[in-house]
Write a protein that binds this ligand. Structure first.
Ligand code: G3P
Ligand code: CA
Length: 284
């Protein structure tokens, strides 16, 4: 079955295009997805949020001012208002070396548009972003996934920093594989904050098999950072112990080739990157 095939493939190394090929072209745009898809990545990563009129859009920030010419919260705008924005010109200003006139007037994407374009030819690694700010997100997301037959066909992973959001997704459809996101700090004192935010156990320093099992009860893997302010937060032992407890470990967001190599040597199961071209070269 396709879903079983997807889980089996997760056991090999996964190239995850973070917001598409977002190191090269504006993040979460059709151009970013086209580029990454053309290179043959395993997953297209996108953050999903909900508009004030209930439409699902691919956009990372809660506030639209960095990555568009608008202002305010994304969920305070209707889809029509968001569609009228330019989500590409900011990239030309921020990265003049990579600027391209073609990016001007880039439109925010709905999830429907993404699925209509790539269908079952791609796999999607979708984050329920800021669930507290986006009530109804999980319901709308699962409905859209079902409409496009993305779950049983093994096309999608759902990731979130908030355990509650993942559990909500599973209550709606228990077949979709989940990834628990975490953001680790170098010290366990700081990691106690994680519990409050994500709902999962703190720190890689003290994590036990039981803690991993609690995550493995609902998730197929963990998505984690690697370095915090110059200090490494996970190591090869963390990855090995997660794997022994049936959890894949995917690390975000790794853009430098030497860091990609280091993590691959540590046995990581996949990497989120803005430069999937660099990663694919190492994998080949
Ligand atoms: O989803 C993995 C990684 O993207 C989490 O961080 O802020 O880029 O969504 P963020
Ligand atoms: Ca994300």
């Amino acid at each position: 079955a396709p879903l079983e095939q997807q889980l089996k493939e997760l056991e090999s190394f996964q190239v995850i295009a973070h917001r598409g090929a977002s190191g090269h072209v504006p993040e979460s745009s059709m151009a970013a997805l086209e580029l990454a898809h053309g290179w043959g990545v395993d997953y297209l990563e996108l953050d999903v949020q909900i508009t004030s009129d209930g439409e699902l859009v691919a956009f990372h920030d809660d506030d639209i001012s960095r990555a568009s010419n608008g202002e305010g919260g994304i969920n305070e705008h209707t889809l029509a208002e968001l569609k009228a924005l330019d989500t590409g010109s900011w990239f030309n200003e921020a990265y003049p070396d990579q600027a391209d006139e073609a990016f001007e007037g880039t439109q925010i994407l709905t999830l429907d548009e993404v699925f209509e374009r790539f269908g079952h030819d791609a796999r999607y690694y979708l984050e329920t972003k800021s669930p507290q700010l986006n009530p109804g997100l999980e319901e709308a997301l699962v409905a859209t996934l079902e409409e496009h037959d993305m779950i049983e066909s093994g096309r999608v992973l759902i990731q979130s920093f908030e355990q509650d959001s993942l559990l909500k997704v599973h209550a709606l459809n228990e077949n979709v594989p989940l990834i628990q996101l975490v953001w680790y700090y170098p010290s366990d004192d700081d990691n106690s904050r994680l519990v409050e935010w994500t709902g999962v156990t703190p720190g890689p320093q003290e994590i036990t098999d039981e803690d991993f099992q609690n995550i493995a009860d609902y998730a197929a893997g963990i998505g984690t950072n690697f370095i915090y302010e110059g200090e490494q937060v996970i190591d090869a032992d963390f990855i090995r112990q997660a794997n022994e407890n049936d959890l894949q470990v995917h690390v975000y967001t790794i853009n430098e080739t030497d860091e990609m190599e280091r993590l691959m040597e540590m046995g990581v199961n996949g990497l989120f990157t803005n430069y999937p071209d660099r990663l694919l070269e190492l994998v080949d």
